[in-house]
Ligand binder design. Structure first.
Ligand code: SF4
Ligand code: SF4
Length: 168
């Protein structure tokens, strides 16, 4: 299993065309069966990968924050909401909020300082436990070289579905 992010980035470049073919291939497969395979692969692969050795999602993703989440976390870390917002959040005109730094403020030595109270988006990522893999191909491949779990699940999925790359 490959977990080195530099190697994954190099392989991703080499496999760009193959991955486009795989996306087309997956679109023609049965959605429920693909979800079943992805769930199984995700289970077996995610236990083999130590996220604290990686933390690349916390280092590279823009984190969305809801009002409720900001209230909850500011309470937990005993900061007024005003100070919490000033220190950690950037607000869009339409009411959206994101963390104002990448990597995330709460990442320390590859560990989340607020793990029990982290945001929904953090809990959900990389999202391979969610249904409708086929409908989320754009997002999955957006994170293919960011997340070793996604990379390895996709590579194994190619094998278990008997995907064959055609020469361009
Ligand atoms: S979820 Fe993926 S990107 Fe995030 S720490 Fe784990 S392996 Fe790395
Ligand atoms: S809140 Fe924690 S889990 Fe979420 S991005 Fe920040 S460090 Fe990572």
């Amino acid at each position: 299993m490959e977990i080195n992010l530099e190697i994954i980035a190099r392989i991703s470049e080499i496999k760009e065309n193959e991955n486009q073919q795989f996306i087309s291939f997956i679109k023609n497969q049965d959605s429920k069966e693909i979800d079943r395979l992805v769930f199984e692969l995700n289970k077996s692969i995610s236990v083999e990968i130590d996220c604290t050795q990686c933390a690349n999602c916390c280092k590279s993703l823009m984190i969305n924050v809801t009002d409720e989440e900001a209230n909850h976390l500011s309470n937990q870390i005993k900061q007024s909401r005003k100070i919490f917002d000033e220190k950690y959040l950037e607000k869009g005109n339409n009411g959206t909020m994101i963390m104002n730094t990448i990597p995330c403020h709460f990442l320390n030595d590859n560990k989340c300082l607020v793990y029990e109270h982290r945001f929904e988006g953090c809990k959900e990522f990389p999202g391979l436990h969610l249904p409708d893999f086929k409908k989320r191909l754009f997002t999955i491949f957006m994170h293919y070289q960011r997340c070793p779990i996604i990379f390895n699940v996709v590579e194994k999925l190619k094998l278990v579905t008997n995907f064959k790359k055609k020469n361009p």
